[in-house]
Ligand binder design. Structure first.
Ligand SMILES: [Zn+2]
Length: 453
């Protein structure tokens, strides 16, 4: 059964080419989005020499600006020849666009095919907005290309875990349901519950699906791994596990790799609004697709941050026109990585994503500290700390909730307090607690810092 005919006709061998063909003749025309071609172009683009890639980006930006000057009221003052210095243009965000009514929409909007996207629902700031199908196709095509580069072909079975918003089952259209079915994406295991019993059951059921790829919330998959390890078990997982929606903590990555030996575990950073899709390479950098967007990291005065310095992630999407994303603040804080990563993959990089804008410990003197400030100490003792969360009820009180592993002791506790104090000083009362549950957002995401004032 294991070789010969049985292997040759195993679904994973014949299905991908069939699905590629089916997608070309039926799925893509039906949903008006040529994602396979978008992925293919990304591959071609990334093989070009740097100079040619940069020229292409410049031309794309010039065309975009010329279009916006002509068709989008909010941008009518831009030069009609499209020649601008991007850094001179205003930075916008979700609130600015919502407050401006229709002036950020193209006058061609009725003729530009879109899909309705939903964002921010999990963080309590929901927004429904239209995204050009061509921009969606770029993002999806790039994602499929990356999966393929990591050894999983389009059409091989996938299992979705947690509750990826892009698949949020509450608002999946009929055509999307059909696409997911044909693509053999199994969404049965989507849910927020990550208690040990549910997680253990989910791990067993996911393994039974015999999928090539698991795609889902980092916390959900980590909880599956933890539950298995607690039973002293490991299982054979898929070839590739891609985590998304929340940071993949080193302790989580270790647990997933230990529970599912042999699976390649990769973190994805993406943003639906604006269109960013990136994956972390073995050197730790998130690789962007330079043909999708321009990614900037800006300080509070909107000046560019140096490489490695945290700031607001701001993106310009080359393709979206119905509702353009020009210097759009995503609400994430992060730092740029090298323009050419030593791992050899092409494309610019993001070194890290540190959290959401506004997530900071606030001191009485007005100083703010992003949670990323404190990552190192927790990463250093990742063998003893499963997860942690800071809660700041007032300017002079900080509670650090730690979900511990066996072996966590007073020394670790003292190390955490000393390290945190080395940044924020002695004026603030710090309580380190190991018996309080960590809170999740309404969307089931782990939040590192909860400031309640
Ligand atoms: Zn790299």
């Amino acid at each position: 059964m294991r070789d010969g005919l049985g292997a040759a006709i195993s679904p994973n061998r014949w299905y991908p080419p069939v699905l590629y063909a089916l997608a070309r003749v039926a799925i893509q025309p039906a949903i008006k989005a040529r994602y396979l071609e978008a992925g293919q172009f990304t591959r071609t683009f990334e093989a070009w020499p740097t100079e040619r890639r940069e020229e292409w980006r410049q031309a794309k930006l010039t065309n975009l600006i010329a279009y916006l000057a002509k068709h989008v009221p909010a941008y009518h003052q831009l030069p009609s020849n499209g020649i601008v210095d991007l850094t001179d243009l205003p930075v916008v965000d979700k609130q600015i666009i919502i407050a401006a009514g229709d002036s950020y929409f193209s006058d061609e909007a009725p003729t530009l095919p879109v899909i309705q996207k939903h964002t921010g629902g999990s963080t309590g700031d929901p927004w429904n907005y239209p995204m050009d199908r061509v921009a969606w196709a770029d993002a999806y095509g790039i994602q499929l290309l990356r999966f393929e580069e990591m050894g999983v072909r389009y059409g091989e079975n996938r299992v979705t875990l947690g509750f990826p918003t892009s698949l949020g089952l509450g608002h999946v259209s009929f055509s999307k349901r059909v696409r997911l079915l044909v693509e053999r994406t199994d969404t049965e295991l989507c849910s927020f519950e990550i208690d040990p019993v549910t997680s253990l059951d989910r791990a067993h059921r996911a393994v039974k699906k015999n999928a090539a790829l698991w795609y889902g919330y980092a916390g959900t998959i980590a909880a599956m791994a933890e539950a298995l390890l607690a039973e002293g078990m490991t299982l054979k997982g898929p070839r590739l596990i891609v985590t998304m929606a929340e940071p993949l903590w080193p302790s989580w990555k270790m647990a997933i790799e230990a529970a599912f030996p042999g699976s390649n575990v990769v973190e994805e950073y993406g943003a639906n609004d604006g269109g960013v899709i990136s994956h972390r390479c073995p050197l730790g950098n998130f690789h962007l697709a330079d043909n999708q967007s321009i990614v900037e990291v800006l300080d509070p005065t909107n000046a560019p941050c140096s490489q490695g310095v945290d700031g607001d992630i701001v993106i310009t999407n080359f393709t979206a026109k119905h509702l353009p994303f020009l210097r759009y603040r995503l609400g994430d804080v992060g730092a740029l990585g090298p323009e050419q990563c030593d791992c050899g993959r092409p494309g610019r990089t993001i070194a890290r994503v540190s959290g959401r804008t506004g997530d900071a410990v606030l001191l009485a003197d007005g100083r703010e500290f992003m949670p990323v400030t404190f990552f190192t100490v927790f990463n250093d003792i990742a063998d003893y700390v499963r997860q942690w969360q800071m809660v700041q009820p007032s300017v002079n009180h900080l509670i650090i909730r730690v979900s511990t592993r066996p072996g966590f002791d007073q020394q670790h506790q003292a190390l955490i307090e000393d390290t945190v104090r080395s940044f924020i000083g002695n004026e603030i009362k710090i309580d380190i607690v190991t018996d309080q549950p960590l809170e999740l957002t309404k969307g089931g995401k782990h939040k590192v810092l909860i400031r309640t004032f």
